[in-house]
Design a protein around this ligand. Structure first.
Ligand code: 5AD
Ligand code: SF4
Length: 482
């Protein structure tokens, strides 16, 4: 079933904004024998990049002698890693902050820090609006956390929201948090240069920059050696990855995304590679050919369309037309016929009319999306749309259109799954199924969740197994080991 969460609907809760993970706190050092002088508690909101950033924050704090705790009552430092993408995301964080008020009153010296996109968007204003906040730290300033904590400990408010053109945290090896031990996220680039008019990300995460290819490759190799079997390469716009080493005398050839993909695929055929998110304008044939060449590069592309109307796409500054996007989908299907495709869709963007909305429904059908992340437009302060256009579609209309988009996606997801009945897929086992310890849960290369009985006791998570699909629901393939 699709989760309906007021402003967004998520058929597969394991991607972009994983609803089940919103506000997740972690404690990776459960068995850590070290004695820490202070404990920190961190909760994460928003996209996968934010969850990956929290792993970097944990690593920086840990190196400085701070230990993590999952119990907020035990913490000396509370951090919220926040998201600004829609108004609702910010409201959730504000509400959460009020819940810390009591704890703060009871514990002298407890410090509260706001990290991430909301910190960057609101800067010092956040200190005025939320009096219990002691630290405001933007996404490029996490290295300065230890000194900001020291400053805040003296009773001063501490702020660092400087954005950087270089920071990629390349040398920091993230602490893997709440991981299933099978799949991990690896950040390969930060920021975004696209300037979609609805989007706050270019303002909160700054200019696009690519992480050193050598450090990415090393991190993926280390993960494989630790037993991980799947890496998801993360970035706001992974296909525009471009890295040229300025320090290495040997390797001065620029590395593109397809080259990076290929080099990671070559680590081992047993290591699956995924990536997210792709801007349709940047996913070129060389990426598609690399995907076709290596069985372990997963047949799945997240290709956000946002709208199916050329007029609206222009207002959004997406840089493609409806026809161009449709031919990109055709090209993907031509080169990789069994590729899964998913999308992001916004309903009720400025000036959207019924015929634009019909175009969105039609493009969804043409693309045959396996999943979509669907939202109604939420105007964000400071974005180009907010400055240039009027948010003139009534809320009720936005929501009705969203409902229709969701209905369409439900139909498409089920149709796509029904087509899989009788076929066999190679599945990477991630763990027990949610419903029964007698069943395994894993994913196909196309990123579909597959559930099947554990008849063979030899298997364990991280193993690959062939499963033949017997029946399906809208969100799951159900089968048997073959
Ligand atoms: N309102 C609604 N949805 C938005 N997104 C980005 N900005 C907004 C906004 N202002 C959606 C886009 C993007 C996804 C991550 O969030 O669909 O691809
Ligand atoms: Fe926002 Fe566009 Fe960048 Fe995605 S690519 S984060 S939608 S500006």
């Amino acid at each position: 079933m699709i989760d309906v969460v007021t402003d967004k609907l998520i058929p597969n809760p394991d991607e972009t904004h994983d609803e089940s993970r919103q506000g997740e706190a972690f404690s990776p050092f459960k068995l850590d024998p070290n004695q820490y002088r202070k404990r920190f508690y961190i909760e994460s909101y928003g996209c996968q990049m934010n969850f990956a950033d929290s792993e970097i924050v944990a690593s920086i704090l840990n190196q400085q002698g701070y230990g993590a705790t999952r119990n907020v009552e035990e913490a000396d430092l509370i951090f919220l890693n926040t998201c600004s993408i829609r108004e609702k995301a910010e409201q959730t964080v504000r509400k959460r902050l009020t819940e810390f008020r009591k704890i703060k009153e009871q514990k002298k010296g407890l410090l509260v820090g706001v990290l991430g996109c909301m910190a960057e968007r609101l800067k010092a204003k956040l200190l005025e609006e939320e009096l219990l906040v002691d630290m405001v730290v933007g996404p490029d300033a996490y290295r300065s956390l230890p000194s900001l904590i020291e400053e805040a400990e003296t009773g001063q408010k501490a702020v660092n929201v400087l954005l950087s053109r270089e920071e990629t945290y390349a040398d920091i090896s993230p602490v893997r948090l709440n991981s299933n031990g099978v799949s991990a996220f690896v950040s390969i680039m930060r920021g975004c240069n696209n300037m979609c008019t609805f989007c706050v990300v270019p303002f909160t995460r700054g200019r696009e920059r690519s992480r050193d290819a050598g450090s990415i490759l090393q991190e993926c190799k280390d993960l494989f050696n630790q037993g991980f079997r799947e890496v998801t390469l993360l970035g706001q716009n992974v296909d525009s990855y471009y890295f040229q080493s300025l320090t290495s005398e040997v390797n001065t050839v620029p590395i593109t995304f397809s080259m990076l993909l290929e080099s990671i695929a070559l680590i081992s055929p047993e290591l699956r590679v995924r990536f997210s998110t792709s801007h349709p304008k940047d996913i070129t044939d060389d990426v598609l050919f690399a995907m076709r060449k290596y069985e372990n590069i997963c047949r799945y592309i997240h290709l956000p369309v946002q709208s199916g109307s050329t007029r609206i796409l222009q207002l959004m500054n997406r840089t493609y037309t409806r026809e161009w996007y449709m031919s990109k989908v055709n090209r993907i299907r031509e080169i990789i016929p069994d590729c899964g495709i998913s999308s992001d869709i916004i309903t009720g963007f400025c000036t959207e009319e019924e015929n634009d909305h019909e175009d969105t429904l039609a493009i969804m059908k043409h693309s045959g999306y396996d999943y979509s992340y669907m939202f109604f437009y939420s105007e964000r302060p400071g974005t180009l749309a907010q400055k240039r256009y009027r948010d003139d579609v009534p809320d009720a209309v936005k929501k009705r259109r969203l409902y229709e988009v969701v209905e369409m996606q439900n139909k498409l997801s089920l149709e796509s799954n029904i087509k899989d009945i009788g076929k066999s897929y190679k599945v990477l086992i991630e763990g027990n199924s949610r419903k029964s310890e007698n069943d395994w849960m894993g994913r196909s290369s196309q990123n579909k969740v597959v559930v099947f009985p554990k008849i063979n006791n030899e298997l364990k998570k991280g193993d690959y197994v062939m499963v033949k699909v017997k029946s399906v629901t809208q969100g799951t393939l159900i089968g048997d080991i073959v």
